[in-house]
Design a protein around this ligand. Structure first.
Ligand code: ADP
Ligand code: MG
Length: 603
């Protein structure tokens, strides 16, 4: 075939394919235009899952009659004029492609009235060809009507999914944008049903219920975090208040609320819904060791970053971005989410009678909270009741529990003993606890090791007799790359000939353990990560070593050892799971025991 220049119609249809893939992409572009125009209210109507009709009405700034033809032209935009502007984008649109793309694959009609115009104007486009500009009566704002999407691109039509699927994509889009813009009123009408209606009063919780359902929405935890901009370089000339830092708001699920996939993880960056694998990974790492394998949290996270820190022009549908300092963003997200998770504690519902508390006595919930709070592992005292004036039992217990500190997640436990040389049995204020000694010890060692590591002064113990360990070449290579990390943790390891290492010292925490086992734990099935954040690597290394060196099931422990393990476990920030996410304990509440024995609920 000879080389030919494509006709403008075909060229624009091809280009449109990148922007308009399915009905939801049309809705997205029109929604973004409405938000860019400063709309306070956006109303979307669809029929047949958007195949036959998509209509978006807004009360934004409108388009003047003279500019209407231009708005429909390819590469025509009011949002950008110079290439440099690309790095200072504060609008959702900037490519000037949406309306022209939609116009080339559907029947399009735009009616708009600018705030300073006496009347509105309407322009229709069919298969990329514009009709005559009409003058019409219209409210201020814009109404875009898209009919018969892909009527002239039958191949595209074949790729559309079932109506339910296409409709779900539109629902997902609207609910997420509604959550991102709580001050805008959103309405979605599908056929004759009102699928979504938000009030625009800024209350995100209410919108969350539309997104996840009331029950789930109630459980979601709120996250907020802020970080100042970098403290060095030219930016310092600006006052910090110019918002050069990072801001994060949003909601995350508690560890008990999970899904089997990542679909409920949503990220917005500067008001734009984006798909970003590393951001999702950062979020998942915040949950690291707290979720069961194969379970994923729900999250809706809204990030605000200086426009010049994000490149938004990497994807025709603007669904991806690139960060200038990705690591800074990822660890910010991870820290913020982690903090929010730790600040939440499923304090078990307590029944005062079980504790034998009587009116006038010091409230046991307070005592519990107070004692847990005095642990050495926390500096943040939060909203703990003032010292010296413990509240007394007066029926107000629940309020105390609600403000109970958030870190001591297990109550004080009384040791009963060990069974099967595998489990510890303990009694708490609210029932029985069965503790897996291996998982619990793993958690204890891990937390201690990480805490010491944080102080940069890890107690190390020199071995009387250095131990030499040999590895297969691949593992040896891996070990060499992690030697500095090992040193941080208090290991003294050095290369000792090809693929061989000499261990001179071990962290004092592991005194008496097998050094060769510790090193092997490190390199066995260690997978190099695509984007290793250094402290993540460290946590992983610590996790592996602790798993290997923790007491095993079947190991008889002396009463002293059992008690020490319980005490240590109480001091952990996340005592209920091992670092790999398995539970360390099973709780049989008094309530549950009473039910099981038929003491309750019969009578
Ligand atoms: P972009 O949004 O990338 O600029 P579009 O093709 O989506 O490109 O829109 C072209 C232009 O039309 C916009 O720059 C804007 O000036 C105008 N426009 C589109 N939709 C609206 C709207 N709902 N309200 C006001 N102006 C609009
Ligand atoms: Mg646009």
């Amino acid at each position: 075939m000879p080389i030919r220049i494509l006709s403008p119609e075909i060229a624009s249809q091809i280009a449109a394919g990148e922007v308009v893939e399915r009905p939801a992409s049309v809705v997205k572009e029109l929604l973004e235009n409405a938000l860019d125009a400063g709309a306070r209210s956006v109303s979307v109507t669809i029929a047949a899952a958007g195949r036959t009709l998509i209509e978006v009405a807004d009360d934004g700034s409108g388009i003047s009659a003279e500019e209407l033809p231009l708005a429909l032209a390819r590469h025509a935009t009011s949002k950008l004029s110079r290439a440099e502007d690309l790095f200072a984008i504060t609008t959702l649109g900037f490519r000037g492609e949406a309306l022209s793309s939609i116009g080339s694959v559907a029947r399009l009609a735009i009616t708009s009235r600018a705030a300073d115009s006496a009347s509105g104007a309407r322009l229709k486009v069919e298969a990329g060809v514009a009709g005559r500009l009409e003058s019409v009566g219209a409210p201020i704002g814009t109404l875009v009507r898209v009919e018969d999407l892909f009527y002239n691109v039958p191949a595209r039509l074949k790729f559309l999914k079932q109506d339910v699927t296409e409709r779900r994509a539109i629902d997902a889009l609207l609910t997420r944008y509604a959550l991102a813009y709580p001050h805008v009123r959103f309405k979605l009408v599908e056929g004759s049903t009102l699928a979504l209606h938000t009030s625009g009063d800024g209350d995100r919780r209410a919108i969350l219920a539309a997104l996840y359902g009331v029950e789930v929405a109630k459980q979601m935890l709120e996250v907020t975090a802020e970080e100042e901009g970098p403290s060095t370089g030219f930016r310092q000339a600006q006052p910090a208040s110019s918002g050069q830092g990072l801001r994060l708001t949003g909601f995350i699920s508690p560890t008990a609320l999970t899904r089997s996939n990542r679909k409920e993880i949503t990220f917005f960056v500067n008001g734009r819904w984006i798909q970003d694998v590393p951001l999702t990974t950062a979020l998942l790492r915040a949950y690291h060791t707290m979720l069961m394998v194969g379970r994923y949290p729900l999250a809706a996270i809204f990030l605000e970053i200086q426009p010049e820190e994000v490149d938004v022009n990497v994807h025709p549908a603007k669904a991806e971005v690139r960060f200038r300092s990705p690591d800074r963003i990822f660890s910010f997200v991870q820290r913020a989410v982690r903090r929010a998770l730790l600040a939440y504690s499923p304090v078990p519902p307590a029944t005062p009678s079980l504790w034998g508390a009587q009116a006038g006595q010091v409230d046991p919930a307070w005592r519990l909270a107070h004692d847990a709070y005095r642990g050495p592992w926390t500096e943040d005292r939060g909203n703990l009741p003032e010292e010296g004036q413990p509240p007394t039992v007066n029926g107000q217990l629940s309020t105390v529990i609600a403000q109970a500190p958030t870190l001591g997640q297990v109550p004080l436990l009384r040791l009963v003993g060990q069974i099967g040389a595998t489990y510890l049995v303990a009694e708490g204020p609210d029932g029985l606890y069965l503790i897996d000694q291996h998982a619990a010890h793993e958690r204890v060692l891990f937390d201690k090791l990480m805490a010491q590591h944080g102080t940069k002064n890890t107690p190390s113990q020199t071995l009387l007799q250095p131990v030499v360990v040999a590895f297969p070449p691949q593992s040896a290579h891996l070990l060499i790359s992690q030697l500095p990390v090992l040193e941080h943790f208090g290991f003294g390891v050095e290369p000792f000939g090809p693929n061989t290492f000499q261990v001179r010292a071990m962290p004092a925490l592991f005194a008496g353990s097998d050094p060769a086992a510790a090193l092997r734990a490190l390199v066995e099935d260690f997978e190099e990560d695509e984007t290793p954040l250094q402290h993540e690597v460290e946590a992983r290394i610590a996790g592996r070593v602790c798993k290997r060196l923790a007491v095993k099931a079947g190991q008889v422990l002396s009463p002293e050892e059992q008690r020490a393990m319980l005490n240590d476990l109480e001091a952990c920030a996340s005592p209920r799971t091992c670092p790999h996410g398995r539970p360390t304990m099973i709780h049989l509440s008094v309530d549950m025991l009473e039910r099981q024995f038929g003491r309750k609920g019969v009578r």
